[in-house]
Design a protein around this ligand. Structure first.
Ligand code: ITT
Length: 188
């Protein structure tokens, strides 16, 4: 079975291939550049992007997208669905600077996987969250994006310092587990 993955992020492709390695599923990279809608919730962004990516692709197989964001409580959820834009402009260091005076470091990652099924003309969504805290300094060399400043709940190291923990408990892992159940149930 082929699943086209529309993304510009190599790390996501790698994390998905690793997570779905036991399935008879070939994840093919799709290079389409569709704009993301302006919405606070990654689920709405992913749903629209899956439909648009399918339309733009010209393929006739299911098309998957994944949208993720880091929601910081003391910043009213910012950067949220703007996480990609923020890190490109300011880096993870920029977020630490913005939070310098803030004692409440609570945050969560949210991932939403959206797959557009052309036969049924519908989108299925699989989401996952991971709660934790924003560190005071950048630590670790693994992972990507905000991993060097995110310490998951009940842990002391950032995701970038402890990538094995990320693989076990991350927002993406939780969303992918729901996708795996769906693949098994639907024989997809
Ligand atoms: P797409 O082409 O798939 O949209 P993207 O890199 O723009 O790739 P997103 O909009 O979904 O991805 O994610 C926004 C940013 O959030 C992303 O660039 C990372 O910096 C960050 N991010 C996403 N998942 C993350 C993770 O598991 N760990 C740390 N940072 C993450």
């Amino acid at each position: 079975m082929e699943l086209f993955f529309a993304t510009s992020n190599d790390n996501k492709v790698e994390e998905f291939r690793h997570a779905l390695k036991d399935f008879d599923l070939k994840i093919k990279r799709l290079n389409v550049d569709v704009p993301e809608i302006d919405d606070d919730d990654v689920e709405s962004v992913a749903e629209k992007k899956a439909r648009d990516s399918f339309e733009a692709s010209g393929v006739d197989s299911p098309v998957m997208v994944e949208d993720s964001g880091l929601y910081v409580e003391s910043l009213n959820g910012f950067p949220g669905s703007m996480s990609g834009f923020f890190i490109k402009k300011c880096g993870e260091d920029g977020l630490l600077k913005l939070m310098k005076e803030l004692d409440n470091r609570q945050a969560f990652f949210k991932t939403s996987i959206a797959i557009y099924f052309p036969e049924k003309k519908e989108v299925r969504l699989f989401s996952g969250k991971c709660f934790g805290n924003i560190s005071r300094e950048i630590k670790g060399n693994n992972g990507f994006g905000y991993d060097p400043i995110f310490i998951p709940e009940n842990h002391e190291k950032t995701f970038a310092e402890d990538i094995e923990t990320k693989k076990r408990i991350s927002h993406r892992k939780k969303a992918v587990d729901k996708l795996k159940e769906f693949i098994k149930d639907e024989n997809f």
